[in-house]
Design a protein around this ligand. Structure first.
Ligand code: ADP
Ligand code: MG
Length: 572
C-alpha cells in the first residue's frame, strides 16, 4: 500500500481494475479469493462492489454466467491462477456454449518465468489454454492498458452472439502504480456495447412471404429470445400471427405456459407436422434432433425454416434454412411485426384446432397423474407441489438440474414470466445448481427454487454454505432417490462395493443446510413438501428440503437414454 501523500496522486492496478468495472456499471464480482487476487476482492468490497465469495471457482463462474443471462451485462468471475483458473474455465466454456456473456478474470504468475517454464508458483500459460475454449481472450501487462483490456472484454462478451471472455491479469500488474489522473483518463466507458443489428428489409420480406404461405406454421422460441429482453414484441408477434409456439426450456415463461397458443403439451405432433418453422433464438442442435429425422418427419420432406439469429454462421448448421433473418431478436421481431400489416391472416383452424385438442387431452392426462398420491413420493407427486407453489409465486426463479428431475420438472412446472427458469442448458450439464441459484438471488432479490436431482446437487452442494453466509432466499429441493437415475442398481460382480450409480441410502441432505444455520426439512409426503416450500418462499430463509422419492422411479439417463452407446448401437 502507498502512504497518504502518494495515494493522492497515484493509483495502482488493483484500483484501475475496480474503477474500470464500476465505470461500466458492473457492480458485482463472483469469486474465490487467493493469491494474487485476495486484495482485489477486499478492495472491490471496500469500493462498494458486491463481492460474493464461493467455495469453488466453477460455481462462482456459473453464477457469473447466469448473472450475464439475466442482466445482458457480462457477469464477472474472479479466480486465482492455474487450478482456480481451470476450475473457472469449465463455467466459462459452458457460458460460451450457452451464449451467456461473462468475463473470467484470473490472476496469473510471472510471465517471464512461465514462458521459460522455470517453475513458478501455480505456473501455467493460462491465456493459451483459455483461447480455444471461449469467445475471446486477452492479457494486460501494463496498468495503463487495464481500461482497454476491460473495454475489449465487455464488448467481446455482449456484442453479436454473447459468450465467455477470458482476461489474464498477471500478479505484477496489480501492484503497478501510475499517476492517478492519467490512470483515470486511461479508462474507457464502453458506449453501446451490444449495438442493435437491424435485419435487411429483403430478408424480412422473404421470411414473411414464407410464413404467409404456410398451412401449418410453428414458432419455436429459444433461450436467445429470452436473453434478448424483447418480451412485449415477442408476445405481440406470437399473438398477432396467431401461430402456435413451442418454448425451449429456458424460453418457458416468455409467454406464460398456460397461454392459449402454447403447444408444449403437443410437442411431438407440432414438430412432426409443421410445414414452416420459425426459430427465434434457438439452434437446431441435439436438443432439437438437429432438425432432421423422425422427430421432424423429414422423411416426408417439405419442412421449411425461418431462423432469426444474431450469428450469420449459425444458419444452415444442420439443415437448409430457407429464410435466414440475421439481426438482434428485438429488431427482427419488430421488423416482422411492422411488415405483417393490419390484414394478417391467422393460420388455418384445421391446424391450430388439431394442436390444441391434442394439447388439452395431454394436459388432462397429466393432471390425473399429478393428482395421484403414491405411498412413497413419485417425481410427479412431488413436482405437483412445486408446480402449485410456482403458480402462486410466478416471480420466483426456478433452477433445475438432474436427469429425471430435470425432464419431469421441465414439463410439469409451468412458468409464467420471462427468464425465470435457469437450467442445464445446451450441454445438458450437471453442476450449475447452486452457482445459478446464488446469482439469481443476488441479481434479482427474488425467491429461488432449486429443483435438484440428488446426484446433480452433489456437484455444487458445498455452496449451501455460501447461500447461508449471504442469507439468500434460496430453497433447494433435493429429489432424493438414493442414486444416479435411481437407487436400486446392484454390483454385478457380487462384491461388497455398491453399484457405481448408487449413493448412501436414506441420506439426509437437509442436515447440510442446518450445519450452516439454514433451515433443513425432511419431507416424505406432498403435504410436508408443500408446507416447507411455502414457508421457505414466504420467509426467504435459506432452506434445503430433502424430498424422499421412490428409489425405483427413475429412468436411465432420463429422456436421453438413446445417447448411451448401447442403446445408440441398438437403435442403428
Ligand atoms: P435453446 O437452447 O433455448 O434452443 P440456443 O442456445 O440453442 O437456445 O440458441 C440461442 C441462439 O440465440 C443462438 O444461436 C444465439 O446466437 C442467438 N442469440 C442470442 N442472443 C441473441 C440476440 N440478442 N439476438 C439474436 N439472436 C441471439
Ligand atoms: Mg437420483
Amino acid at each position: 500500500m502507498t502512504n497518504d501523500t502518494q495515494s493522492k496522486e497515484l493509483t495502482d492496478g488493483f484500483h484501475l481494475v475496480i474503477d474500470a468495472l464500476k465505470l461500466n456499471e458492473i457492480d458485482t464480482i463472483f469469486c474465490v479469493p487467493g493469491i494474487p487476487i485476495t486484495d482485489l476482492t477486499r478492495m472491490a468490497q471496500a469500493e462498494g462492489m458486491r463481492v460474493i465469495s464461493f467455495r469453488h471457482e466453477q460455481h462462482a463462474g456459473n453464477a457469473a454466467a447466469a448473472a450475464g443471462f439475466l442482466t445482458k451485462k457480462p457477469g464477472i468471475c474472479l479466480t486465482v491462477s492455474a487450478p482456480g483458473f481451470l476450475n473457472g474455465l469449465t463455467a466459462l466454456t459452458n457460458a460460451t456454449t450457452n451464449c451467456f456473456p461473462m468475463i473470467l478474470i484470473s490472476g496469473s504468475s510471472e510471465r517471464e518465468i512461465v514462458d521459460l517454464q522455470q517453475g513458478d508458483y501455480e505456473e501455467m500459460d493460462q491465456l493459451a489454454i483459455a483461447k480455444p475454449l471461449c469467445k475471446a481472450a486477452f492479457r494486460v501487462l501494463h496498468a495503463e492498458d487495464i481500461g482497454v483490456g476491460i473495454a475489449r472484454a465487455i464488448r467481446s462478451a455482449v456484442s453479436g452472439r454473447p459468450g465467455g471472455v477470458y482476461l489474464d491479469l498477471p500478479a505484477k500488474l496489480f501492484a503497478q502504480t501510475m499517476d492517478a489522473i492519467s490512470g483515470k483518463k486511461s479508462l474507457i466507458k464502453v458506449v453501446d456495447a451490444a449495438p442493435r443489428q437491424i435485419p435487411a428489409p429483403d430478408s424480412v420480406r422473404r421470411a414473411l412471404d414464407l410464413l404467409k404461405g404456410a398451412k401449418r406454421p410453428l414458432i419455436l422460441l429459444g433461450k436467445g429470445a429470452a436473453y434478448a429482453q424483447a418480451d412485449a414484441d415477442i408476445r405481440a408477434l406470437v399473438e398477432k400471427s396467431g401461430i402456435p409456439y413451442l418454448p425451449m426450456s429456458m424460453a418457458k415463461g416468455l409467454l406464460p405456459d398456460n397461454h392459449g397458443q402454447c403447444a408444449s403439451a403437443a410437442r411431438s405432433y407440432v414438430l412432426a407436422e409443421a410445414d414452416v418453422v420459425m426459430l427465434v433464438g434457438a439452434r437446431l442442435n441435439w436438443l432439437l434432433s438437429h432438425g432432421k429425422g423422425k422427430t421432424w418427419a423429414q422423411d416426408k420432406g417439405a419442412k421449411q425454416f425461418i431462423q432469426i439469429d444474431i450469428a450469420p454462421t449459425e444458419i444452415d448448421s444442420n439443415v437448409a434454412i430457407e429464410a435466414p433473418l440475421i439481426g438482434d431478436i428485438g429488431s427482427c421481431v419488430s421488423a416482422l411485426l411492422a411488415g405483417m400489416g393490419s390484414n394478417w391472416t391467422q393460420p388455418p383452424v384445421e391446424w391450430t384446432g388439431a394442436i390444441y385438442e391434442r394439447r388439452d387431452k395431454n394436459v388432462a392426462k397429466m393432471a390425473e397423474t399429478l393428482a395421484k398420491n403414491p405411498p412413497v413420493m413419485s417425481f410427479q407427486s412431488a413436482l405437483n407441489v412445486i408446480r402449485n407453489v410456482v403458480k402462486a409465486n410466478p416471480e420466483a426463479i426456478v433452477v433445475n438440474e438432474g436427469a429425471n428431475t430435470l425432464d419431469f420438472a421441465r414439463s410439469i412446472v409451468d412458468m409464467y414470466l420471462p427468464r425465470k427458469r435457469l437450467d442445464v442448458g445446451t450441454w445438458g450439464i450437471m453442476g450449475i445448481g447452486m452457482g445459478f441459484s446464488v446469482a439469481a438471488a443476488v441479481v434479482t432479490g427474488k425467491p429461488v427454487i432449486a429443483i435438484e436431482g440428488d446426484s446433480a446437487f452433489g456437484f455444487s452442494g458445498m455452496e449451501v454454505e455460501t447461500i447461508c453466509r449471504y442469507n439468500l432466499p434460496v430453497c433447494v429441493i433435493v429429489f432424493n432417490n438414493n442414486g444416479i437415475y435411481r437407487g436400486i442398481d446392484v454390483n454385478a460382480s457380487g462384491g461388497a462395493d455398491v453399484a457405481p450409480t448408487v449413493f448412501v441410502k436414506n441420506a439426509r441432505y437437509d442436515k447440510m443446510m442446518e450445519a450452516f444455520g439454514g433451515v433443513g426439512v425432511h419431507a416424505t409426503t406432498p403435504a410436508e413438501l408443500a408446507k416447507a416450500l411455502e414457508e421457505a418462499v414466504a420467509s426467504g430463509k435459506p432452506t434445503l428440503i430433502n424430498a424422499v422419492i421412490d428409489e425405483t422411479a427413475g429412468t436411465e439417463s432420463g429422456r436421453i437414454t438413446s445417447l448411451n452407446p448401447q442403446s445408440a448401437a441398438k437403435n442403428k
